[in-house]
Each structure stands twice: as structure tokens, then as C-alpha cells.
Design a protein around this ligand. Structure first.
Ligand code: C2E
Ligand code: CA
Ligand code: CA
Ligand code: CA
Length: 280
């Protein structure tokens, strides 16, 4: 551990230096990746468990590095946040997802996902004029605001006034606001009163243990009660088994996302699933 006791932090280890250099290289490569089209988005369905219909999709970034192959977002989003590259990268992600949503609406009509959910990092949300930029992207792509959901973490919102201002401006546009990884942040539930949130994404960690019985399901049960009580929608994240889905439904969950339903998909694959297939 870095912390070597009260008030004593080691400032340097060769391993940290290596990690720093690695982060710097990733950040540099990412700039190139953004400029040369190495990045793309995949879309994971969010389903209505009542009837198995599609509620929406979450856009997730993918990086296929020419030398190193696929690099997962957890390995480069933090570097992008630290260097500030997340700001132009995030704008690209938003524009890409909104553009895709418009294409789906054109191609699939009523079978198109009702909402496309985009992850927005704390750094983006703090940027003055973020909501104005979202408004410009919606105008440019022609996507009505009601078809866009922005996913932010509790920590990002808790960050302070600037983030909250941007969220209120997004709400005023008609964009849906979702709290991501809900239950894992170190905010208080009081946040739900001050933050203009429409939807809670209940973290996978609570879904993982929901079938374990006894006290393991208590938090998942409490979170859906809070959500229903406040008239918010709730999505259970990372649902991997039919047993979890059944237990979540029993607790009162309606929306779910996870490998049990679908992995993140390329846009074409999602369109194929949504278009009624001719009988074989
Ligand atoms: P997240 O926003 O919580 O996204 C959900 C993650 O869980 C995704 O990982 C998704 O592929 C994965 N997942 C979905 N269902 C299941 C399941 O049933 N089981 C398991 N084990 N995993 C499941 P991914 O795509 O690797 O993204 C990881 C994180 O990276 C995201 O967590 C998000 O924080 C960040 N991220 C991804 N794309 C973006 C983006 O476009 N912008 C920003 N700012 N962050 C992103
Ligand atoms: Ca998310
Ligand atoms: Ca999440
Ligand atoms: Ca997560």
C-alpha cells in the first residue's frame, strides 16, 4: 500500500514511475486513436423485464489498439480524465451515440431503442458549458433530447455546485439523468433530493448477491423501495443469471441490463435483433 501509516505517504517507487510512464503513453496513444478512428462504440441493451422488450441501450467505448489489441475502458478512461482528454473524447462519444440513435430511429422506427445512455465523467460535467455543448450536439445530429440519457456517478455529482448546475441545465433541455453505480458512491441519500435525477442504476455488486438469501438482498431491496418511493426508474446492472432476474423482479425491479440479456453489441447486431426476422 502507498499509505505507510498516519501521515506518511511514500512519494516514489520505481513501480509507480513505470505506471506513470505507462499512463502517459496511453494518454498519448489515445489522442492518436481519437484522430485516426481506432475508437468505436458498442451498445448494451437495457430490457423491460415485464415483457422482455428493449427499454434502451448504454453506449460503451471500445479501443482497438493497432499494436496492443483491444484495451478495456478501465485501462484508459482514468488516464483520459487525468489529462483532460476526456473532454474532447467525451464530446466525440456523445456525438457518435446521438448520431447512431438517429440512424436507428430512421431504420427501425418504433423498434428503435427509446433512449441511448451515455457515460459522462466528472471532469466533463464540471466543464462550464457542458449542457450547452450537449444541446449543440443534439441540434447537429437531430436527436430529440428525450431520447438521450446521461449517466453520471454519485461522486461526480457530489463534487459540487458546477456539476449540479450543468445537470439542471440538461434536465431543462429534456435529457434524462441517470445515477450510475448507485449505492457505491460515498454520497448521502439526501443527494436524491438536490440532484435532478430520473433513474438509478443499481450497481452490479448488489445484483451479484441478490440470490444469496438473508441479508445479502437487503440493500437491493432497500434501493428499489427508495427508487419506487421517489418515483424514479431503476435499472439493475450486471444481471448474469435467470435466478438473479427472477429475484430482482420479485423485489420490484422492472429494468435490467447484463450478460443474461445481452452483451454490448455493434449497432448492426442490435438492429438485426430488433427487426422481426423472417420465419425460417
Ligand atoms: P459502467 O458504466 O458501470 O458500465 C457497465 C460495465 O459493465 C461495462 O463494462 C459492461 O460491459 C459491463 N457489464 C455489463 N453487463 C455485465 C454483466 O452481466 N457482467 C459483467 N461482469 N459485466 C457486465 P465496460 O464496457 O468494460 O466499461 C467499464 C467502465 O468504463 C464503465 O462502467 C464506465 O465507467 C467506463 N466507460 C465505458 N465506456 C465509457 C464511455 O464512453 N465514457 C466514459 N466516461 N466512461 C466509459
Ligand atoms: Ca454506466
Ligand atoms: Ca454502472
Ligand atoms: Ca461500474
Amino acid at each position: 500500500a502507498k499509505n505507510q501509516g498516519k501521515g506518511r505517504w511514500s512519494s516514489y517507487t520505481p513501480a509507480m514511475d513505470q505506471r506513470g510512464a505507462e499512463q502517459a503513453r496511453i494518454a498519448g496513444d489515445l489522442r492518436t486513436a481519437l484522430d485516426t478512428g481506432q475508437l468505436h462504440l458498442v451498445y448494451q441493451p437495457i430490457v423491460d423485464m415485464n415483457d422482455g422488450s428493449l427499454y434502451g441501450v448504454e453506449a460503451l467505448i471500445r479501443w482497438n489498439h493497432p499494436d496492443r489489441g483491444p484495451i478495456p475502458p478501465v485501462d484508459f478512461i482514468p488516464a483520459a480524465e487525468r489529462t483532460g482528454l476526456i473532454v474532447p473524447l467525451g464530446a466525440w462519444i456523445l456525438a457518435e451515440a446521438c448520431g447512431q440513435a438517429v440512424r436507428w430511429r430512421r431504420e427501425l422506427g418504433p423498434a428503435a431503442p427509446e433512449t441511448v445512455s451515455v457515460n459522462v465523467s466528472a471532469r466533463q460535467l464540471r466543464e462550464a458549458g457542458f449542457a450547452a455543448e450537449v444541446a449543440a450536439i443534439l441540434r447537429r445530429t437531430g436527436l430529440p433530447a428525450r431520447h438521450l440519457t446521461v449517466e453520471v456517478t454519485e461522486t461526480a455529482v457530489f463534487d459540487g455546485g458546477a456539476a449540479l448546475l450543468e445537470l439542471h441545465a440538461l434536465k431543462a433541455l429534456g435529457v434524462t439523468v441517470a445515477l450510475d453505480d448507485f449505492g457505491t458512491g460515498h454520497s448521502s441519500l439526501g443527494l436524491l433530493r438536490t440532484c435532478p435525477v430520473d433513474l438509478l442504476k443499481v450497481d452490479k455488486s448488489f445484483v451479484d448477491t441478490v440470490t444469496h438469501g438473508g441479508e445479502h438482498a437487503v440493500i437491493a431491496a432497500a434501493l428499489i423501495d427508495i427508487s419506487n418511493g421517489l418515483h424514479l426508474r431503476a435499472v439493475a446492472e450486471g444481471v448474469e443469471t435467470a435466478e438473479q432476474a427472477a429475484e430482482l423482479r420479485r423485489l420490484g425491479y422492472r429494468y435490467a441490463q447484463g450478460y443474461h440479456y445481452a452483451r454490448p453489441l455493434l449497432p448492426e447486431a442490435l438492429a438485426r435483433r430488433q427487426v422481426p426476422q423472417p420465419a425460417a
